[in-house]
Design a protein around this ligand. Structure first.
Ligand SMILES: C[S@@+](CC[C@H](N)C(=O)[O-])C[C@H]1O[C@@H](n2cnc3c(N)ncnc32)[C@H](O)[C@@H]1O
Length: 201
């Protein structure tokens, strides 16, 4: 059985993330990129088992994922912290007119082809408040990459890991300014992450 299949189990996924530093990466992402207070709303697209809630303060949280097993696990562990919805983007039914301070997608763009990514980024922008932010975090390819990092990224479950420029092109289609940072020390193991943010006017 290969690792990609085994990681579909929420328990294995969460344990693996803890081992390689995925928990640390989420904590650092929240500390370094999100400036949160209890009055804010955050939509976590591709929330998985909801592990990021370990590092989020109390706030208006909505987690969305297409995987019913992850959503079931998220509801069991974090159901008291927010709402979890199992849905495809096309069928997602959010409260009409609700706008969010943040939309985040951690480890999600590299699971979606360009068409799906563009639909997601366009949709995310449409549900943000003025001065709201879309933040994404994904493994990426860079020139002269650490060989272990490249090996791990080559073997990721997502079929659409991209270069920094390829990810940026997708975000730039909707946001005039895209801030980008490459983080190589978020995990305990060599792993190259690209964090992008776009802000509404
Ligand atoms: C690598 S996991 C990341 C989970 C979580 N964001 C985290 O940081 O632990 C990718 C997640 O994206 C979800 N996903 C992939 N494609 C999706 C799509 N088209 N719509 C919604 N969720 C999707 C998967 O089910 C999975 O839970």
């Amino acid at each position: 059985m290969d690792l990609r299949t085994v990681l579909k189990s929420p328990i294995v996924y969460t344990s693996y993330q803890k081992l390689v530093g995925g928990y640390r990466a989420r904590r650092k992402f929240v500390e370094d990129y999100l400036d949160l207070n209890p009055n804010q709303s955050l939509l976590d697209f591709g929330c998985g088992p909801g592990d990021i809630l370990e590092f989020l303060p109390e706030l208006d949280y909505t987690g969305v994922d297409i995987d019913p097993i992850y959503i079931e696990k998220a509801k069991a562990k974090y159901g008291h912290r927010g709402e979890f919805i199992c849905s495809k983007l096309k069928e997602l039914d959010l409260p009409s007119g609700k706008a969010y301070d943040y939309v985040i997608a951690t480890g999600v763009l590299h699971h979606m082809d360009d068409k799906e990514c563009l639909s997601f980024i366009k949709w995310a922008k449409s549900i943000l408040k003025p001065n709201g932010k879309l933040l994404t975090l994904d493994g990426c390819y860079i020139p002269n990459q650490n060989k272990i990092s490249k090996f791990l990224i080559d073997n990721d479950r997502g079929n659409f890991v991209r270069s920094v420029d390829e990810y940026t092109k997708l975000m730039s289609s909707q946001f005039d300014t895209v801030n980008r940072t490459i983080e190589e020390s978020y995990f305990h193991i060599p792993y190259t992450l690209l964090i992008m943010s776009g802000e509404t006017s």
